[in-house]
Design a protein around this ligand. Sequence first.
Ligand code: NAD
Length: 286
Amino acid sequence: MTAQVIDGKALAAKLKDEMHTQVAELKQQCGRAPGLAVIIVGNDPASHVYVKNKKIACEKVGITSFASELPEETTQEHLLGLIADLNQNPRVDGILVQLPLPAHMDADKVLNAIASDKDVDGFHPYNVGCLAVRQPELRSCTPYGCMKLLETTGVDLHGKEAVVVGASNIVGRPMALELLLAGATVTVAHRFTENLQSHIERADIVIAAAGKQGLIQGEWIKEGAIVIDVGIHRLEDGSLTGDVDFEAASKHAGWITPVPGGVGPMTITMLLANTISAFKNHVGLS
Ligand code: NAD
């Protein structure tokens, strides 16, 4: 079998086109565009690239972005004050704090200070809890993007064996909740999991989000399985790769996402989708 490659870049472009039209209509109807505030603290070059890409994506669909670039030595108190102001700002529908934060800050405390109705990253315990009790509101962007990628296969997820590799708060855990909500039988593997191979071998759906380059060997993949690779690793030559051995896995999987061009573009796209949802909630349209 040779897997069909799921094109996240193309899907993201299509969804952004649709959002562009939707935002223009909302702006006309409500007199303002959705607004996203992006906060970055410190000088991490990769984080600055992510923030720049988020600003460009906002502009492309017509969302207003407000950037706050704070120096490394910013106090947590100052950051919490800024978040409190943005929570009250009626032009701001979404607030995003770019991670990682400097070591002197408590990231959980900072993220929990964002009003849950403006938590467009979907990281707030309230929003993760809503997903857990099957009443999703703002959904974590990467898992939400993975669900959109799975949708393109047309495969009914009910009763399927899904294995999520990784159990972080921002990817693995909400991913497992998404798959459960979709009716899959879900296993979550993590750093203490024994015999990962045996779990992967019976999976109809593999979500690889361990952050370990090449962890998932191609020969482990069940014939016809769907493989979504969340991992991102930069190689010495500057190219990107994932947690899955793409070449070998493609010989067994039915569908597979590439790195780059799979999950990555969908994460930003779902951030925009969440910002539009938050806007609609704020103006009373949902
Ligand atoms: P994390 O380090 O917070 O969590 C990794 C998880 O993997 C942990 O739960 C850990 O227990 C588990 N793990 C580690 N080694 C394992 C092993 N050998 N077997 C099974 N589980 C193992 O990472 P994260 O923030 O969840 O990100 C994971 C990966 O996804 C990273 O490569 C990150 O760069 C990438 N990522 C990509 C996107 C995107 O938009 N494409 C978004 C977020 C994260």
